[in-house]
Design a protein around this ligand. Structure first.
Ligand SMILES: Cc1cc2nc3c(=O)[nH]c(=O)nc-3n(C[C@H](O)[C@H](O)[C@H](O)COP(=O)(O)OP(=O)(O)OC[C@H]3O[C@@H](n4cnc5c(N)ncnc54)[C@H](O)[C@@H]3O)c2cc1C
Length: 482
């Protein structure tokens, strides 16, 4: 009897450093069937948002091309996942099923059930692997055996653990025999009918090669000044690896390993601290997954239970202005428009717009979380939840609630020449640097010279930053000691 293996691709859309694929290649299998099963209904309301669906379409296409180059192809099926796997096991005569683990609560539950069911068969070997993170969330705990809720000791602990080296990419793969049918990627209907995705597709290159190129482009230059560059939204100062990491087109092992290798190759005095800062962001990703795994209700509920009683405001008009980038606060509007146009927003802006929504507008963080979910190409349940709870002050290692970002000050500090704001809010581009972040405070004459009529060509601020800050602090007083 022939031995055949199914490799179930999920959010590990790469061929290198893929333990599930490696197990199939290294095992004694005559046939390997790489499969992707599209089953958004199994993810409840955390199924891929609009921007992610565009990414997924292109990433699956790239994976199929990469598999073709090695002599194989991607088999695409529709869910439910268990049934799709069972059908494929029968069709292919598979004797093994391999996949890499993920940590979103609904996926953990689903995979557990699938494993239990498939394990009942004596003729099948079922195995899952660690690939999406540096370590399993249950491997790392405090001295008391509890999950970490503070980043610094978590990361210190992780750095002490020996890490494995990335696994090699297979040189070739056996062909998938022709009677194994596939759904055409286009039939998954991942692309929008009204093609709003042009900006996303112009900006990004989904797929494993795109991810590798991104990492090298980052190491080529921005990495050397990461500590300063990462806070300047007008310059390409960060890696832009987040969607690639989310879809597993590159693994955190590869990123850590390659950045260390690069340090050895570039014996320059400065880069070490910059690379260490960059690596600690990979640590935040790891931390976010750790928190999500141990506190699976956090995508919906605050980790800090006091915030369940926070007096949030229901204001649909203000929420719409925030979403549309029409708040009259240039930094906020620039961030929200970048997000809509490209599926991405710089981290400094994510913190700024999230603080503005949850504190100045006092709208519940879950509304922002949902909008990001639908519009970000890197929307990630772990990172997005942690980011929103961090900004709202109600999560693990969160910014204290009383730390309220002033968006105008953020602009003056991190976009001093206004280049970022001018790119995304062109209607105020003619304002001098001095007034670009606070058009409402500019003298009438300056506004006239810049061709601006507040309330007509650009909105007046929908809230007064000082007054709303005070109101937020008062609201916090109500729950502070509960
Ligand atoms: C409100 C809010 C929502 C966010 N939502 C998401 C999200 O849905 N998906 C997402 O990937 N990141 C999210 N982040 C974190 C961060 O903004 C992005 O990871 C980062 O901007 C991506 O750009 P980059 O790849 O160039 O980052 P780099 O600075 O180059 O960092 C390298 C990698 O580290 C990880 N990382 C960086 N910062 C963080 C962080 N604060 N938390 C967790 N991981 C981090 C990412 O995987 C990133 O690709 C959010 C932050 C906030 C404040």
């Amino acid at each position: 009897m022939k031995n055949r293996a199914i490799v179930w691709f999920r959010r590990d859309l790469r061929l290198a450093d893929n333990p599930a694929l490696r197990a199939a290649v290294d095992g004694d299998y005559d046939g390997i069937v790489p499969v992707f099963i599209h089953a958004p209904e199994e993810l409840g309301h955390w199924a891929e948002g609009g921007a992610q669906r565009v990414w997924l379409h292109d990433s699956l296409t790239a994976l199929d091309n990469d598999l073709n180059a090695l002599g194989s192809r991607l088999v695409v099926r529709r869910g439910p996942s268990l049934e799709a796997l069972q059908v494929l096991i029968e069709e292919s005569g598979a004797t093994a099923v391999f996949w890499n683990r993920l940590y979103d609560p609904l996926i953990v539950e689903r995979d557990k059930q699938i494993k239990q069911t498939l394990n009942k068969r004596d003729d099948l070997h079922v195995e899952s692997f660690q690939a999406h993170l540096l370590f399993e969330p249950w491997q790392i705990s405090t001295q008391q055996g509890a999950p970490y809720k503070v980043f610094t000791p978590f990361w210190k602990r992780i750095k002490q653990e020996p890490r494995r080296a990335p696994l090699p990419r297979p040189a070739e793969l056996p062909p998938v025999w022709s009677r194994i049918g596939t759904v055409d990627i286009a039939e998954l209907d991942l692309l929008p009918r009204i093609r709003w995705d042009k900006g996303i597709r112009q900006r990004w290159e989904p797929g494993e090669s795109g991810a590798q190129r991104r990492l090298e482009a980052f190491l080529d230059e921005p990495a050397e000044q990461y500590d300063e560059g990462r806070d300047r939204p007008a310059v390409p100062g960060t890696s832009y690896l987040s969607p690639h990491l989310h879809f597993g087109e590159i693994s955190p092992h590869q990123v850590m390993h390659r950045s260390e290798e690069w340090l050895d190759e570039h014996a320059k005095p400065a880069p070490r601290e910059h690379i260490e800062s960059f690596q600690s962001e990979i640590g935040w990703r790891e931390f976010a997954h750790h928190v999500l795994f141990h506190f699976p209700a956090t995508p919906e509920e605050p980790l800090d239970q006091r915030f369940k009683d926070f007096p949030w405001v229901q204001d649909d008009e203000a929420l719409a202005a925030w979403r549309d980038g029409q708040t009259g606060i240039p930094m906020v509007d620039a961030g929200m428009r970048e997000l809509w146009a490209t599926g991405y927003m710089h981290n400094r802006l994510r913190m700024t717009v999230a603080s503005f929504l949850t504190k100045n507008l006092r709208i519940a963080w879950q509304h922002g979380e949902r909008w990001f979910w639908d519009t970000l190409v890197d929307a990630d349940l772990a990172n997005n939840t942690l980011g929103w709870q961090w900004a709202a002050g109600c999560g693990a290692d969160a910014a204290p609630f009383f730390r309220i970002f002033n968006p105008a000050r953020q602009g003056q500090r991190f976009d001093a020449k206004g280049a970022y704001v001018r790119r995304w809010v062109p209607e105020i581009a003619e304002l001098p640097d001095k007034h670009i972040h606070e058009p409402w405070a500019a003298p009438k004459r300056v506004l006239e010279e810049a061709g601006i009529t507040l309330g007509e060509t650009y909105p007046r601020p929908i809230v007064d930053l000082k007054v709303s800050r005070r109101e937020a602090l008062d609201a916090f007083e109500q729950i502070k000691n509960t």
